[in-house]
Design a protein around this ligand. Sequence first.
Ligand SMILES: NC(=O)c1ccc[n+]([C@@H]2O[C@H](COP(=O)([O-])OP(=O)(O)OC[C@H]3O[C@@H](n4cnc5c(N)ncnc54)[C@H](O)[C@@H]3O)[C@@H](O)[C@H]2O)c1
Length: 257
Amino acid sequence: MILLITGGAGYIGSICVEELLRQGHEVIVVDNLQEGHREAVPPESAFYEGNFGDRDLLETIFQKHSIDGVIHFAADTRVESSMIDPGQFFNNNVVNGIALLDVMRKFGCNRMIFSSTAAIYGEPQYNPVDENHSKLPVNPYGESKLMFEKILDWYHRAYGLKFNALRYFNAAGASRTSAMDRGFLIWKWSKPWKLSQGKQSLSNLHPEDSVIPRHWWHPRNWPTGNLAGIRNSQNWKKSSPQPGNGTESILMDTLQP
Ligand SMILES: NC(=O)c1ccc[n+]([C@@H]2O[C@H](COP(=O)([O-])OP(=O)(O)OC[C@H]3O[C@@H](n4cnc5c(N)ncnc54)[C@H](O)[C@@H]3O)[C@@H](O)[C@H]2O)c1
Protein backbone atom coordinates (compact mmCIF):
# COMPACT_ATOMS: atom_id res chain seq x y z
CA MET A 1 0.00 0.00 0.00
CA ILE A 2 0.99 3.64 -0.44
CA LEU A 3 0.54 5.31 2.93
CA LEU A 4 0.78 8.93 4.04
CA ILE A 5 2.11 9.22 7.58
CA THR A 6 1.60 12.55 9.32
CA GLY A 7 4.05 13.13 12.17
CA GLY A 8 6.35 10.43 10.77
CA ALA A 9 9.41 12.22 12.16
CA GLY A 10 8.07 11.96 15.71
CA TYR A 11 8.49 9.25 18.29
CA ILE A 12 5.75 6.72 17.49
CA GLY A 13 5.42 7.79 13.84
CA SER A 14 9.08 7.25 12.92
CA ILE A 15 9.15 3.78 14.46
CA CYS A 16 5.92 2.97 12.66
CA VAL A 17 7.42 4.17 9.35
CA GLU A 18 10.39 1.89 9.88
CA GLU A 19 8.11 -1.10 10.43
CA LEU A 20 5.80 -0.31 7.51
CA LEU A 21 8.78 -0.06 5.15
CA ARG A 22 10.05 -3.38 6.48
CA GLN A 23 6.65 -4.86 5.59
CA GLY A 24 6.99 -3.60 2.02
CA HIS A 25 4.67 -0.60 2.04
CA GLU A 26 5.48 2.65 0.25
CA VAL A 27 5.62 5.46 2.80
CA ILE A 28 5.24 9.22 2.44
CA VAL A 29 5.90 11.35 5.51
CA VAL A 30 4.70 14.88 6.25
CA ASP A 31 6.08 16.55 9.37
CA ASN A 32 6.86 20.15 10.24
CA LEU A 33 9.63 19.06 12.65
CA GLN A 34 8.20 21.09 15.53
CA GLU A 35 8.91 18.07 17.70
CA GLY A 36 10.19 15.47 15.25
CA HIS A 37 13.64 14.86 13.84
CA ARG A 38 14.49 14.67 10.15
CA GLU A 39 17.12 12.00 10.93
CA ALA A 40 14.41 9.79 12.38
CA VAL A 41 12.73 9.40 8.99
CA PRO A 42 14.17 6.42 7.12
CA PRO A 43 15.68 7.48 3.76
CA GLU A 44 13.52 4.95 1.89
CA SER A 45 10.43 7.09 2.52
CA ALA A 46 9.50 10.32 0.75
CA PHE A 47 9.67 13.27 3.12
CA TYR A 48 7.75 16.57 2.98
CA GLU A 49 8.60 19.17 5.58
CA GLY A 50 5.50 21.20 6.37
CA ASN A 51 2.18 21.52 8.13
CA PHE A 52 -0.23 18.60 7.64
CA GLY A 53 -3.04 21.18 7.64
CA ASP A 54 -1.57 23.10 4.69
CA ARG A 55 -4.06 22.35 1.91
CA ASP A 56 -1.67 23.38 -0.91
CA LEU A 57 1.08 21.12 0.39
CA LEU A 58 -1.38 18.26 0.85
CA GLU A 59 -2.73 18.68 -2.68
CA THR A 60 0.84 18.54 -4.04
CA ILE A 61 1.43 15.33 -2.10
CA PHE A 62 -1.84 13.70 -3.18
CA GLN A 63 -1.24 14.72 -6.81
CA LYS A 64 2.21 13.15 -6.77
CA HIS A 65 1.39 9.94 -4.91
CA SER A 66 -1.64 7.65 -5.24
CA ILE A 67 -2.21 7.42 -1.53
CA ASP A 68 -4.33 4.50 -0.34
CA GLY A 69 -4.65 5.60 3.27
CA VAL A 70 -3.45 8.01 5.94
CA ILE A 71 -1.99 7.16 9.32
CA HIS A 72 -2.36 10.32 11.35
CA PHE A 73 0.14 10.77 14.19
CA ALA A 74 0.86 14.51 13.98
CA ALA A 75 -0.50 16.54 16.87
CA ASP A 76 0.34 18.80 19.75
CA THR A 77 0.75 16.36 22.60
CA ARG A 78 2.00 18.11 25.74
CA VAL A 79 -0.85 18.04 28.23
CA GLU A 80 0.56 20.83 30.43
CA SER A 81 0.91 23.16 27.42
CA SER A 82 -2.67 22.46 26.43
CA MET A 83 -3.85 23.93 29.76
CA ILE A 84 -1.92 27.14 29.04
CA ASP A 85 -2.70 27.52 25.33
CA PRO A 86 -5.79 25.49 24.39
CA GLY A 87 -6.24 27.46 21.16
CA GLN A 88 -3.00 26.08 19.75
CA PHE A 89 -4.20 22.54 20.48
CA PHE A 90 -7.62 22.95 18.93
CA ASN A 91 -6.02 24.53 15.86
CA ASN A 92 -3.47 21.82 15.33
CA ASN A 93 -5.40 18.76 16.50
CA VAL A 94 -8.81 19.72 15.13
CA VAL A 95 -8.70 22.50 12.50
CA ASN A 96 -5.63 21.08 10.71
CA GLY A 97 -7.21 17.65 10.87
CA ILE A 98 -10.31 18.89 9.06
CA ALA A 99 -8.10 20.29 6.26
CA LEU A 100 -6.44 16.89 5.96
CA LEU A 101 -9.81 15.10 5.80
CA ASP A 102 -11.11 17.50 3.16
CA VAL A 103 -8.08 17.05 0.90
CA MET A 104 -8.32 13.28 1.34
CA ARG A 105 -11.95 13.48 0.28
CA LYS A 106 -11.08 15.64 -2.74
CA PHE A 107 -8.64 12.96 -3.91
CA GLY A 108 -10.94 10.03 -3.16
CA CYS A 109 -8.82 8.74 -0.28
CA ASN A 110 -11.21 7.54 2.42
CA ARG A 111 -9.12 5.55 4.87
CA MET A 112 -7.52 6.84 8.04
CA ILE A 113 -6.04 5.44 11.20
CA PHE A 114 -6.07 8.16 13.84
CA SER A 115 -3.81 8.40 16.89
CA SER A 116 -6.21 9.14 19.70
CA THR A 117 -5.42 8.89 23.38
CA ALA A 118 -6.61 7.36 26.63
CA ALA A 119 -6.78 11.00 27.85
CA ILE A 120 -10.25 11.21 26.29
CA TYR A 121 -11.59 9.18 29.24
CA GLY A 122 -10.52 11.65 31.93
CA GLU A 123 -10.32 10.41 35.53
CA PRO A 124 -10.81 6.62 35.61
CA GLN A 125 -14.12 5.69 37.23
CA TYR A 126 -13.06 2.02 37.31
CA ASN A 127 -10.13 -0.12 36.26
CA PRO A 128 -9.26 -1.39 33.79
CA VAL A 129 -10.77 1.37 31.69
CA ASP A 130 -12.67 -0.05 28.74
CA GLU A 131 -14.31 1.43 25.64
CA ASN A 132 -17.63 1.92 27.43
CA HIS A 133 -16.03 4.17 30.04
CA SER A 134 -17.36 7.74 30.19
CA LYS A 135 -15.44 10.19 28.03
CA LEU A 136 -14.85 13.31 30.09
CA PRO A 137 -11.42 14.71 29.22
CA VAL A 138 -9.85 16.88 31.91
CA ASN A 139 -7.54 18.84 29.60
CA PRO A 140 -7.72 20.48 26.15
CA TYR A 141 -5.36 17.84 24.74
CA GLY A 142 -7.80 15.02 25.50
CA GLU A 143 -10.74 17.22 24.46
CA SER A 144 -9.14 17.97 21.08
CA LYS A 145 -8.66 14.25 20.42
CA LEU A 146 -12.25 13.44 21.41
CA MET A 147 -13.51 16.23 19.14
CA PHE A 148 -11.56 14.80 16.22
CA GLU A 149 -12.89 11.31 16.89
CA LYS A 150 -16.41 12.75 16.65
CA ILE A 151 -15.53 14.57 13.42
CA LEU A 152 -14.24 11.30 11.98
CA ASP A 153 -17.52 9.66 12.89
CA TRP A 154 -19.53 12.38 11.10
CA TYR A 155 -17.26 12.12 8.04
CA HIS A 156 -17.89 8.39 8.12
CA ARG A 157 -21.67 8.91 8.19
CA ALA A 158 -21.75 11.70 5.62
CA TYR A 159 -18.91 10.83 3.24
CA GLY A 160 -18.21 7.15 3.88
CA LEU A 161 -14.80 7.70 5.49
CA LYS A 162 -13.41 4.45 6.88
CA PHE A 163 -11.41 5.03 10.01
CA ASN A 164 -10.03 3.49 13.11
CA ALA A 165 -9.19 5.63 16.14
CA LEU A 166 -6.67 4.06 18.48
CA ARG A 167 -6.66 5.37 22.03
CA TYR A 168 -3.03 4.94 22.95
CA PHE A 169 -1.91 4.87 26.52
CA ASN A 170 1.78 4.86 27.50
CA ALA A 171 4.30 4.21 24.76
CA ALA A 172 7.88 3.26 25.56
CA GLY A 173 10.77 1.67 23.73
CA ALA A 174 13.22 2.55 20.97
CA SER A 175 13.40 1.70 17.28
CA ARG A 176 15.13 -1.33 15.80
CA THR A 177 18.07 0.79 14.71
CA SER A 178 18.07 2.53 18.11
CA ALA A 179 17.38 6.21 18.58
CA MET A 180 20.78 6.55 20.24
CA ASP A 181 22.56 5.38 17.09
CA ARG A 182 20.81 8.05 15.12
CA GLY A 183 22.66 10.68 17.07
CA PHE A 184 19.86 12.50 18.79
CA LEU A 185 18.15 12.20 22.06
CA ILE A 186 14.85 13.17 23.47
CA TRP A 187 13.57 11.99 26.77
CA LYS A 188 10.86 9.75 25.43
CA TRP A 189 13.42 7.80 23.48
CA SER A 190 16.36 7.90 25.80
CA LYS A 191 14.65 7.06 29.07
CA PRO A 192 13.72 3.46 28.26
CA TRP A 193 17.15 2.97 26.71
CA LYS A 194 18.97 4.34 29.72
CA LEU A 195 16.87 2.21 32.02
CA SER A 196 17.67 -0.88 30.01
CA GLN A 197 21.36 -0.03 30.27
CA GLY A 198 21.06 0.54 34.01
CA LYS A 199 22.08 4.18 33.60
CA GLN A 200 19.09 5.75 35.25
CA SER A 201 17.50 4.76 38.49
CA LEU A 202 13.74 4.63 38.89
CA SER A 203 13.93 7.44 41.44
CA ASN A 204 15.05 9.82 38.66
CA LEU A 205 11.84 9.30 36.77
CA HIS A 206 8.75 11.40 37.07
CA PRO A 207 6.98 10.09 40.21
CA GLU A 208 4.02 8.97 38.11
CA ASP A 209 6.25 6.72 36.04
CA SER A 210 7.37 4.66 38.97
CA VAL A 211 4.32 4.52 41.24
CA ILE A 212 1.32 4.20 38.97
CA PRO A 213 0.89 0.76 37.47
CA ARG A 214 0.54 1.26 33.75
CA HIS A 215 0.13 -0.83 30.69
CA TRP A 216 2.98 0.10 28.37
CA TRP A 217 3.16 -0.71 24.70
CA HIS A 218 6.03 -0.60 22.24
CA PRO A 219 5.55 1.48 19.07
CA ARG A 220 7.37 -1.23 17.11
CA ASN A 221 4.30 -3.36 17.68
CA TRP A 222 2.03 -0.77 16.15
CA PRO A 223 1.83 -2.17 12.61
CA THR A 224 1.20 -5.66 13.90
CA GLY A 225 -1.60 -4.09 15.87
CA ASN A 226 -0.88 -6.17 18.87
CA LEU A 227 0.25 -3.24 21.00
CA ALA A 228 1.83 -5.66 23.43
CA GLY A 229 2.66 -4.27 26.85
CA ILE A 230 6.33 -4.23 27.78
CA ARG A 231 5.61 -3.68 31.45
CA ASN A 232 2.84 -5.32 33.36
CA SER A 233 -0.09 -3.33 34.60
CA GLN A 234 -3.79 -3.59 35.05
CA ASN A 235 -4.61 0.07 34.69
CA TRP A 236 -5.15 0.89 31.05
CA LYS A 237 -6.56 -1.17 28.31
CA LYS A 238 -5.96 -0.51 24.64
CA SER A 239 -9.03 0.88 23.07
CA SER A 240 -10.68 1.65 19.83
CA PRO A 241 -14.20 2.91 19.37
CA GLN A 242 -14.48 0.92 16.15
CA PRO A 243 -15.40 -2.74 15.97
CA GLY A 244 -12.46 -4.90 16.85
CA ASN A 245 -9.56 -4.41 19.17
CA GLY A 246 -6.76 -3.25 16.92
CA THR A 247 -5.50 -6.58 15.72
CA GLU A 248 -3.37 -6.64 12.62
CA SER A 249 -6.12 -7.70 10.28
CA ILE A 250 -8.50 -5.05 11.53
CA LEU A 251 -5.96 -2.24 11.27
CA MET A 252 -4.83 -3.26 7.84
CA ASP A 253 -8.43 -3.82 6.72
CA THR A 254 -9.08 -0.19 7.56
CA LEU A 255 -6.49 0.84 4.99
CA GLN A 256 -7.13 -1.88 2.41
CA PRO A 257 -8.68 -0.57 -0.83
N1 LIG B 1 3.58 8.82 23.19
C1 LIG B 1 2.50 8.38 23.83
O1 LIG B 1 2.63 7.71 24.84
C2 LIG B 1 1.11 8.70 23.29
C3 LIG B 1 0.01 8.36 24.09
C4 LIG B 1 -1.27 8.64 23.59
C5 LIG B 1 -1.46 9.20 22.34
N2 LIG B 1 -0.36 9.54 21.59
C6 LIG B 1 -0.61 10.15 20.28
O2 LIG B 1 0.22 9.54 19.31
C7 LIG B 1 0.65 10.50 18.34
C8 LIG B 1 2.17 10.48 18.25
O3 LIG B 1 2.71 10.77 19.54
P1 LIG B 1 4.29 10.90 19.77
O4 LIG B 1 4.55 10.57 21.19
O5 LIG B 1 5.01 10.18 18.69
O6 LIG B 1 4.46 12.50 19.60
P2 LIG B 1 5.64 13.32 18.89
O7 LIG B 1 5.50 14.74 19.34
O8 LIG B 1 6.96 12.65 19.08
O9 LIG B 1 5.23 13.21 17.35
C9 LIG B 1 4.31 14.07 16.74
C10 LIG B 1 4.91 14.54 15.43
O10 LIG B 1 3.97 15.37 14.77
C11 LIG B 1 4.66 16.50 14.22
N3 LIG B 1 3.67 17.57 14.08
C12 LIG B 1 2.94 18.17 15.05
N4 LIG B 1 2.14 19.10 14.51
C13 LIG B 1 2.35 19.08 13.16
C14 LIG B 1 1.82 19.80 12.07
N5 LIG B 1 0.89 20.75 12.22
N6 LIG B 1 2.25 19.48 10.82
C15 LIG B 1 3.18 18.53 10.62
N7 LIG B 1 3.74 17.82 11.64
C16 LIG B 1 3.32 18.09 12.89
C17 LIG B 1 5.77 16.79 15.20
O11 LIG B 1 6.85 17.51 14.63
C18 LIG B 1 6.19 15.38 15.62
O12 LIG B 1 7.19 14.89 14.76
C19 LIG B 1 0.10 11.84 18.80
O13 LIG B 1 -1.06 12.12 18.05
C20 LIG B 1 -0.23 11.63 20.27
O14 LIG B 1 -1.32 12.45 20.67
C21 LIG B 1 0.92 9.30 22.05
